[in-house]
Design a protein around this ligand. Sequence first.
Ligand SMILES: NC(=O)C1=CN([C@@H]2O[C@H](COP(=O)(O)OP(=O)(O)OC[C@H]3O[C@@H](n4cnc5c(N)ncnc54)[C@H](O)[C@@H]3O)[C@@H](O)[C@H]2O)C=CC1
Ligand SMILES: O=C(O)/C=C/C=C(\O)C(=O)O
Length: 487
Amino acid sequence: MTDHLTTVAGVAVDTRHWIGGRRVASTDTFTDVSPIDGSTLGEISRGTGTEAAQAVAAAKAAFPAWAATSRAERARILHAIADGVEKRLEDLAVVETHDNGALLRSHRRGVMPRVAHNFRFFADRLLTLDHEDFETRGHTNRVGWDPAGPCVLITPWNAPLMLATWKVAPALAAGNTVVLKPAEWSPLTASLLADIAAAAGLPAGVLNVVQGYGAEIGDALTSHPDVRRISFTGSVPTAKRIAASAAANLTPLSLELGGKSPLLVFADADLDLAVDLAVEQYDNAGQVCLAATRLLVEEPIAEEFTRRFVEKASGLRQGDPRDEATDIGPTIHPRQLEKIDGFVRRAIAAGARAVVGGHREGDRYYAPTLLTEVAQDSEIVQEEVFGPVLTLQTFTTEEEAVRLADDTRFGLAATLATGDRERAERVTARLVAGTVWVNCFFVRDLRAPFGGSRHSGVGREGGTWSFDFYCDLKNTVTAPKGWKDHG
Ligand SMILES: NC(=O)C1=CN([C@@H]2O[C@H](COP(=O)(O)OP(=O)(O)OC[C@H]3O[C@@H](n4cnc5c(N)ncnc54)[C@H](O)[C@@H]3O)[C@@H](O)[C@H]2O)C=CC1
Ligand SMILES: O=C(O)/C=C/C=C(\O)C(=O)O
């Protein structure tokens, strides 16, 4: 580690902010620690209102030129960033795993390729984004997409670069400039992204990356009057603070928040498939907003489902996320582990039974856990744990299944396992969820809208919906009369 450079598994990462095309250090730093073993990964610049103001000023200054850059040129640069991501895929995968503890094999094969795809997808979508023309009593309406201005993007630690670039790519494609603030528990790949973007030819000030605690730098960013869009992924309480802060300037917000999604398993389902879908919910140690953490199983098959689930879950290998054989890595931070354990302890005290797990494994891991005998109105059924903790409840009718599924304050996703197409359609129509998966899980496509209802979020991103959010839509109405060339 030098003053401003740290080396993570052989990869050099700058620990300063990236503002206006140059590295900027803060006087104070915070320590970034690896969830794998608690080792220090770096002393990261700890931004405050000063750096927030500098970054927004840089984004504001860079905006007119970037907004005026042709779509073809913006798309070319976004593809060049994707090339850079692919070239440094191994570096990004290794650094991300050290920083947030998610599986290296997933970063290599799934997550980092998706990061590159985020840039390619929005670059290509930009080129096919057409204005819409229609006529009103002989007048033409032309609806076009104007860049909005500087955007503040605030992102979480569970899939740091994937979730950040999912916002960065459409914001830049739309002709906006960006201030990205990654989570303080996983700041490193955002810094590498700044290097990659600069090497790809993105002009200075178009992408700025600031580091620091949400409570210290976040408010200065979200309350800044020059910011034209705020997109946030994270927790509901933080979303409320951000919304309050943005309210002073009426800054439009996109909020992608938590979930408590159900997996409904009907007696007519392929049971092996249903069990596979259920066990998949432990992915990323349960730190996934989309996870179907509430298993709702039809009474007649509940015993057999549970038996097979326990057998399969017991075969999961928990350990070092760098090891190819590992299925479940550590929890992001001891504070998160504490939080997860608190949820489980309180659930057990209230009468729940742990049929799998129900305890810590050392001071970094939480055992994959399944709790039964839980009440619908209990904390463990109603609140997002964000750890490898599932609950199982039974139902006897379709009506009851839907009622239980919809009975939380969230509405992010739902998964169904059923062999009956008509039932699938009936139930899907009644579920409150931004995404419903039928006999599958986590099949994601950037063309689809993504987001949640109720407390799971505000708005949708993905595909055209991202451009809806990151653009100012303008309708120009032109009369057939008044033209000099028409006399
Ligand atoms: N939907 C999702 O993907 C996520 C949900 N969560 C939920 O949130 C819980 C707590 O995790 P946290 O890391 O504390 O999430 P958080 O919502 O506080 O953090 C997410 C991001 O918001 C920033 N932030 C925090 N306070 C801010 C403020 N006042 N202004 C602007 N930015 C601010 C953080 O620095 C981070 O970049 C988790 O246990 C989980 O339930 C956490 C991360 C992701
Ligand atoms: O990978 C996706 O498409 C979506 C992931 C979203 C989360 O994991 C999250 O916000 O927690």
